[in-house]
Design a protein around this ligand. Structure first.
Ligand code: UD1
Length: 338
C-alpha cells in the first residue's frame, strides 16, 4: 500500500517514514529540502533496509502537485508534514507562511478530492489552544486566537480540512495536535537537524552541551509554576511517529467515527524548563551552562496534554520517558558533531 509523506525528510517526517516502512507500507516522500537534506534518505534506508521513493517537489508549484498525483494514482493515504514552523520568522514574513502552509494544503486537498477515497493526516500543534484555561488540555478545549501567523496556519489548516471533509465524499482526515516533540531515532541514523541557531529548547540544550553554543538562556523564572519556569509536554519523536501510523491505519480500516477527527499527542506529563535541563544533566553527566533571562514574548505558562482520547480512541500511548528521549537527543547531537 502506497503512502505519500510530504516533508518526509524532516524531523518528524523521517521518523514516521521509518515506522511506516516497518509496518510494510510503501512510502513516497515529497520534500523540497528547504529545511532538510537528501542525506536523510540514507539514514532512513540504513534503519529499514529499504529506500523510500523520493520526489523533490515544491508543493507551491501547483502543476507539479497535479503531475505527481497523475504519476502515482495508487496513493492510498497522505501524511502531510511539509510546512514552515519558525514562529518568529512567521511574524516577519506572514505571506511566506500563508503561501507555504496554506496554499500547499489547498493544492493537496484539491487533488485528493478528485479521488474516490482518500485518507489524510495533518500535522497540527497544541499551539491552537494558546494558554488553555485548564490543564491537562483536552481536544474539547477552545481554540484561542493565534499568537503568530505560524499558529494561525495550523488553525486555518484544520478549518480548511474540516470544511473540505464536510462536503467531500470519501475524504477522511485526522489532525494531530503535537505537544513538544524531541529526541532522535535510537539507531542514531536520523534525528533533528536544525538549521542555524535552534529556536526550540531541546536542540539548544544539546548544542550547548556539545559546545556549539556557549550558554542557554532560560526565558523567565517568574511564571506561576513550582520553579517559576514554563511547563511543556515533551514527547519522544518515535512515539509521535508511531501515532501517525496508528491514525493512518484507523482511516484505512474505516474505524474513524467521523470523517474529520482531532487528537492530542503528548505524554500527559508537564515538565518545566529547569526539569528538562536537569534531565540533560542526568543523562549526559555534564553541567549545563545556563542563565535566566527575560520572558520570551508569546510563551504560554503551561501546556500539557490530556491523553485520554488518544489512549482510548486511537489506541496509542507515549512510552518513553523524558530521560530516555533526552538520552537519544544527546547521543544524536554527539554523533553529528563528531
Ligand atoms: C514553540 C512554538 C510553538 C510551536 C513549537 C514547534 C513559540 C512561542 N511557540 O513551542 O508555536 O508549535 O515551538 O516546535 O515559539 N525555552 C528557553 N530557552 C530557549 C528555548 C526555549 O527557555 O532557548 C523555553 C521556552 O520559553 C518554553 C520551553 O523552553 O517554555 C519550550 O520552548 P520551545 O522548544 O520553543 O517550544 P514551545 O514554545 O512550546
Amino acid at each position: 500500500m502506497k503512502i505519500l509523506v510530504t516533508g518526509g525528510l524532516g524531523f518528524i517526517g523521517s521518523h514516521t517514514v521509518v515506522e511506516l516502512q516497518d509496518k510494510g507500507f510503501e512510502v513516497v516522500i515529497i520534500d523540497d529540502c528547504s529545511n532538510s537534506s537528501e542525506k536523510v534518505l540514507e539514514g532512513i534506508t540504513s534503519i529499514t533496509g529499504k529506500m523510500p521513493l523520493f520526489e523533490k517537489i515544491d508543493l507551491k508549484e501547483k502543476s507539479k502537485v497535479e503531475a505527481f498525483f497523475k504519476k502515482y494514482q495508487d496513493i492510498e493515504g497522505v501524511i502531510h508534514f511539509a510546512a514552515s514552523k519558525a514562529v518568529g520568522e512567521s511574524v516577519e514574513k506572514p505571506l511566506l507562511y500563508y503561501e507555504n502552509n496554506i496554499g500547499t494544503l489547498v493544492y493537496l486537498l484539491k487533488e485528493l478530492s478528485k479521488k474516490n477515497t482518500s485518507n489524510f493526516i495533518f500535522s497540527s500543534s497544541c499551539t491552537v489552544y494558546g494558554q488553555a484555561d485548564k490543564m491537562p488540555i483536552s481536544e474539547t478545549a477552545p481554540v484561542k486566537p493565534a499568537e503568530s501567523p505560524y499558529g494561525n496556519t495550523k488553525q486555518m489548516g484544520e478549518e480548511i480540512i474540516r470544511d473540505t471533509c464536510a462536503v467531500t465524499q470519501g475524504l477522511n482526515a485526522i489532525a494531530l495536535r503535537y505537544f513538544n516533540p524531541m529526541g532522535a531515532h535510537p539507531s542514531g541514523h536520523i534525528g533533528e537537524l536544525p538549521i542555524g541557531v535552534p529556536q526550540n529548547l531541546v536542540p539548544f540544550i544539546t548544542q550547548t552541551g556539545v559546545g556549539l553554543r556557549e550558554q542557554l538562556s532560560v526565558f523567565g523564572d517568574d511564571y506561576p509554576t513550582e520553579d517559576g519556569t514554563c511547563i511543556r509536554d515533551y514527547i519522544y519523536v518515535v512515539d509521535l511517529a508511531k501515532a501517525h501510523v496508528q491514525a493512518l491505519q484507523r482511516l484505512l480500516e474505516g474505524k474513524n467515527e467521523e470523517n474529520y477527527e482531532v487528537f492530542n499527542l503528548g505524554t500527559g506529563k508537564g515538565s518545566s524548563v529547569l526539569e528538562v535541563i536537569h534531565s540533560f544533566e542526568r543523562v549526559s553527566g555534564k553541567k549545563l551552562n545556563y542563565k535566566i533571562v527575560d520572558r520570551r514574548p508569546g510563551d504560554v505558562v503551561s501546556a500539557y496534554a490530556d491523553t485520554k482520547k488518544a489512549n482510548e480512541v486511537l489506541g496509542w500511548k507515549a512510552e518513553y520517558t523524558l530521560d530516555e528521549a533526552m538520552k537519544s537527543a544527546w547521543e544524536w547531537e554527539q554523533k553529528i558533531r563528531a
